[in-house]
Design a protein around this ligand. Structure first.
Ligand SMILES: *Cc1c(COP(=O)(O)O)cnc(C)c1O
Length: 349
């Protein structure tokens, strides 16, 4: 049974940490007639001469409205990568603690663990790319602080079975990070709707994929008030810059445009998957809840290099567990997908 207690998971230095505080935090709300001589900024207005809102209130309020949650359950970061790094630094003691990842999965969990000198335990997914709950729970020990579930999973594209995730949320005695970078392409509901049920749950989303804003770097974390308070304590005060906040706000408030593009990408994905069936050296097309398709081919290295020569860059996943001879195609525009298919057909002959 889960005996989850957040204070027991926290690193000692974080328990007592006092965050950097800026005067602006306290007074910004009281109005624009105030004179700000606290932060050594250049006083001449040019749109970016002031420090950005460290709590990113406007973005959070807009996001909470779209996602139907409380703004106080949100932490924003300079990409999901920063959020993931904050989680490591809050909970994992270097050299002592470990995280559990489920290959084949997103590469950053491992990289960030290595940067932070955290041990890594791997439990490979099942043949159908699902988490093996019992094996994960048996692998966990008292130093297992975080379990990463990427659903829809990168690079396989499938969503994880709900009952399996639920079992892990109930029985794993650490933080569970569900990385929902591709949730907006998925038919499965976000775990955000069940945040209140699980005090050990952290959900990660991003503006980099469905929202079409990889260039501005905005990662989103949803968690309990307790976890949000901890992450706010350790994040750099001005981690999301002013330009990012203003671009993000506009895009989040224009949900209709986002939805039109998502629908277009879905349609293109189905057409691409259909056309890939006709390519002789493709032996398997895995179902995808994301904006990419994983396929098995006869010789991934050969096909990858042939595509590069034709000016098309895809992702070769052949060295990943369960992904021998697999290539990952991001769904592009119709024109781009046609170019991919033309190249694949030329290679074949
Ligand atoms: C692309 C991706 C992200 C996004 O990372 P950002 O730093 O927000 O751009 C996160 N998780 C997974 C699994 C991804 O594939």
């Amino acid at each position: 049974m889960n005996t989850f207690n957040i204070q027991n998971l926290l690193r000692e230095n974080i328990k007592t940490l006092k965050p950097y505080s800026s005067a602006r935090d306290e007074y910004k709300a009281s109005g624009s007639e105030m004179v700000f001589l606290d932060a050594n900024e250049n006083p001449y207005e040019n749109g970016v001469n002031r420090y950005p809102d460290p709590k990113q209130k406007d973005v959070k309020v807009a996001l909470a409205k779209v996602k139907n949650c409380n703004p106080e359950n949100i932490v924003l970061g300079n990409g999901s990568d920063e959020i993931l790094d904050l989680i490591f630094r809050a909970f994992c003691e270097p050299k002592e603690d470990n995280i559990i990842i489920l290959p084949p999965t997103y590469g950053m969990y491992k990289v960030l663990a290595e940067i932070n000198d955290i041990n890594i335990k791997e439990v490979v997914l099942s043949k159908t790319f699902q988490p093996k709950a019992d094996e994960i729970l048996n692998t966990a020990n008292k130093n297992s602080k975080i379990l990463f579930l990427c659903s829809p999973n990168n690079p396989t594209g499938n969503s994880f079975d709900i009952a399996t995730v639920e079992k892990l949320l109930k029985e794993f005695n650490g933080i569970i990070v569900i990385d929902e970078a591709y949730i907006d392409f998925s038919g499965q509901e976000s775990w955000l709707n069940r945040l209140e049920e699980f005090p050990n749950l952290i959900i990660i989303q991003t503006l980099s994929k469905a929202y079409g804003m990889a260039g501005i770097r905005l990662g989103i974390c949803y968690a309990s008030f307790t976890i949000v308070e901890i992450l706010n304590r350790i994040k750099p005060p001005y981690n999301v810059n002013l330009l990012t906040q203003s671009y993000a706000l506009k895009r989040i408030e224009d949900q209709e445009s986002v939805n039109i593009e998502i629908a277009e990408i879905q349609k293109n994905k189905e057409q691409l998957a259909e056309a890939l069936k006709e390519v002789g050296f493709v032996s398997e097309i895995y179902p995808s809840d994301a904006n990419f398709i994983l396929v098995k081919v006869d010789d991934a290295n050969l096909r990858y290099n042939q595509l590069i020569k034709k000016g098309i860059v895809i992702r070769n996943r052949t060295t990943q567990a369960l992904c021998e001879n697999c290539l990952r195609f991001t769904v592009g525009t119709n024109v781009e997908n046609q170019r991919l298919l033309k190249a694949l057909n030329e290679i074949e002959s």
